[in-house]
Design a protein around this ligand. Sequence first.
Ligand code: GRF
Length: 187
Amino acid sequence: MHSLIIFASGRGSNAAAIIDHFKQNGQAHVALIVSNNADAGVLDIARAEHIPYLVIDKTTIKESLLIEQMQDYKPSLVVLAGFMWKVPDAIVAAFADKIINIHPALLPAYGGKGMYGHHVHHAVLQAGETETGITIHYVNEHYDEGNIIMQARCKVLPGDSADTLADRIHSLEHFYFPRAIEFLLGH
Ligand code: GRF
């Protein structure tokens, strides 16, 4: 069975969707959750699901011990699901072509440093876009610039707020992220 490591900083709704999907599918399991935020909702999910987790800080994320701890799980993929920090180059190198991220816009638009969460949705609304979406991509040394694996689109509706847009984007993410991972595991 494939093992997955998830990095997340927030409530972890994508992590939950991935855990649920692979509980049913049986092809993989989430072996470890890593968070930079001791209060993150994703850690409640880890505890409820009895998944081991690590809380890291600006120092420990750079230590080779973290890479060793990750390697112990022999992950087929390292999945960034709302992880707010840049992944150090040493981790990118240690897990070459195995780290993927989800971004709540159609990259290369609305990507890069500072473009996360509601900042993205506000920018999309402010620009008057009629369409937005999600991008699942490989992670390299540059923010939001790795090769794109897939994108899915949704409409921006008149009267949308950052919140309503975030809800629509989350629905797309919860559907496509587990399925994109399943696809990658099979190839
Ligand atoms: C998602 O919208 C994802 O695209 C972004 O961070 C958000 C994480 O949400 N990178 P959640 O913690 O999975 O609910």
